[in-house]
Design a binder for this molecule. Structure first.
Ligand code: FMN
Length: 296
């Protein structure tokens, strides 16, 4: 049997694509850059968010709560994935502005309960990782013993309506789904292949410009998958994302140092983003545009 361990590894393909994108320089008229931006009514200091991670090991404690503490300390958006109600309450008590991504649980009442709790606890926005309905064999997925099931369009529409908060659909990797998400009433999407859930999945930044063009500013667009630093974030933002989410890159410093380790990653990436903005004459995030990015 040939070794297929790395066949179609979407993470490797995504990294190679990110590295094929280069940044031009512009100096005339450059000013000190400002990385602040407003999302769902809150003004953040940086568009560099944590990705919707879950079950994280922190330093001597719950990594999800320490990740949230880092977001509160750096005034960065905090996506949160699977986790119980007590954990979410602890995350929110740090002062973090949390976008809670709920799984497509087969038990729809579980979804309703999670949404009701998250709303009452004070999340900034809600969402769902629709890319977790199936496993790699095409069966309904089971995550930590909990069965998943795909959502119909009618179910999603009703869910988004009853959520009453901005709703973000995670796992969009096509113009088709982006337009459907918009039609269903979503406020945002995460362009993502969930760290390689599908072999040969296209890199998020490859499809991002087409999605941006298709939705025409009507959806907030977040991107994750392989974004490691402020230069990756710059590329995502220049190609039209509103915010860039860092996932696995925050995990080793979280485990080693807790919240300060994650704060350091967000701060360093924000400084790199600001440095790249200064050298491309982008005074604000609104100045970033696709013409700054070249493909080799
Ligand atoms: C440990 C771990 C847990 C994750 N848990 C969730 C989750 O509960 N919900 C979700 O939507 N995504 C989850 N993800 C996926 C991330 O949100 C993100 O899409 C993915 O890791 C790609 O970003 P990255 O390459 O920067 O890690 C998880 C990823 C990791 C590594």
């Amino acid at each position: 049997m040939p070794d297929r361990t790395h066949a179609g590894d979407a993470n490797r393909i995504t990294r190679e694509y990110l590295d094929s994108l280069l940044i031009e320089m512009r100096h005339i008229g450059a000013v000190l850059p400002d990385t602040s931006f407003t999302l769902f009514g809150h003004t953040f200091s940086t568009p560099i968010a944590t990705a919707a991670l879950s079950h994280l090991k922190g330093k001597d404690g719950n990594g999800m709560v320490q990740m949230a503490q880092a977001c509160a300390d750096t005034n960065a958006p905090c996506f949160a994935g699977m986790g119980d109600e007590e954990e979410l309450a602890q995350m929110l008590s740090t002062g973090a502005k949390v976008i809670k991504i709920i799984k497509p649980y087969a038990d729809r009442e579980m979804i309703d309960r999670r949404i009701a709790h998250a709303k009452q606890a004070g999340v900034l926005a809600l969402g769902m990782d629709l890319d977790h309905s199936f496993n790699h064999k095409g069966e309904h997925d089971v995550v930590l013993g909990i069965p998943m099931a795909p959502m119909s369009e009618a179910e999603l529409r009703a869910l988004i309506h009853t959520a009453e908060l901005p709703f973000v659909i995670k796992g969009v990797l096509s113009v088709t789904d982006a337009l459907k998400a918009q039609d269903l009433g979503a406020a945002g999407i995460v362009v993502s292949h969930h760290h390689g859930i599908l072999p040969y999945a296209i890199p998020p930044l490859l499809v991002l410009p087409d999605i941006v063009k298709a939705v025409g500013g009507k959806l907030k667009i977040f991107v994750d998958c392989g974004l490691n630093d402020g230069y990756d974030a710059f590329k995502a933002l220049a190609l039209g994302a509103d915010a860039a989410c860092l996932g696995r890159v925050i995990m080793p410093p979280l485990q080693a140092e807790g919240a300060p380790g994650v704060s350091a990653v967000i701060t360093r990436a924000t400084e790199e983003l600001r440095g790249a903005m200064a050298r491309t004459a982008c005074g604000t995030l609104a100045d970033l545009e696709p013409g700054l990015i070249w493909r080799v």
